[in-house]
Design a protein around this ligand. Structure first.
Ligand code: ADP
Length: 212
């Protein structure tokens, strides 16, 4: 998946989106996926049991621990982590097959995962979502109604650390007006499709005619 000049890149591009919890990342990505059939969300693989209503292949790719460890040892994960005794990972073969077929792939990931992936794939586009303020972030977490008080406090503390990594991203989108943030993400996606790697991979006949 390297961006070598001698081998063609994949037709699709790879983007990762990082944000403090509550900044609006999932809502924005869902809106983007709805409007753009060429974009696919990378499904995480996990060894934790499905929660009620979660569907294998839709919410996660659920794997037995021994199968996960085998795939990990075979180098199938771009990044992986163990959290509370369960394993989570990003499947490389799935992403590669999507990009080869011309789809762009979006990863929702934390900053540590983003750092790991950037080391392996320098051409990946890293997008960071800013909330308009810490107060707005707190209000969104409360209004979302998913977390108890202790979890909200933990998320806000984590937000301060996450925000110190924003400068590592290629793009910053401020999610104040949701509609504006969505337009900004669409522009980033459009520009990512025009990068020389994917663009050249999509136009082999033109390259030949131009003698490139
Ligand atoms: P994340 O995936 O980053 O944790 P969510 O997408 O779950 O965040 O959004 C957190 C909450 O904030 C949700 O209730 C969502 O509806 C709300 N939200 C998202 N974007 C905005 C926005 N621009 N203005 C106001 N509320 C928003």
């Amino acid at each position: 998946m390297t961006n070598s000049t001698s081998t063609p890149s994949y037709q699709g591009s790879m983007l990762m989106i990082v944000a403090p919890s509550g900044a609006g990342k999932s809502s924005l990505v869902n809106a983007l996926l709805k409007d753009d059939q060429g974009l696919k969300l990378s499904l995480s693989t996990t060894t934790r049991a499905p929660r009620p209503g979660e569907v294998d292949g839709k919410d996660y790719r659920f794997l037995a621990k021994e199968d996960f460890l085998q795939e990990r040892d075979q180098g199938h994960f771009l990044e992986w982590a163990e959290v509370h005794g369960h394993f989570y990972g990003t499947s490389k073969p799935w992403i590669e097959s999507q990009m080869q077929a011309g789809s762009d792939v979006m990863l929702e990931i934390d900053w540590q995962g983003a750092q790991q992936i950037r080391k392996l794939i320098p051409s990946v586009q890293w997008i960071f979502i800013f909330p308009p303020s810490i107060e707005a972030l707190e209000e969104r977490l409360r209004k979302r109604g998913q977390d108890d008080e202790a979890t909200i406090e933990r998320r806000l503390a984590a937000a301060h650390i996450e925000l110190t990594h924003a400068h590592e991203a290629d793009y910053i989108v401020v999610n104040d007006s949701f509609d504006q943030a969505l337009v900004d993400l669409k522009h980033i996606l459009a520009s990512s499709r025009l990068r020389s790697g994917p663009s050249m991979a999509r136009n082999p006949a033109l390259l030949k005619r131009l003698g490139v």
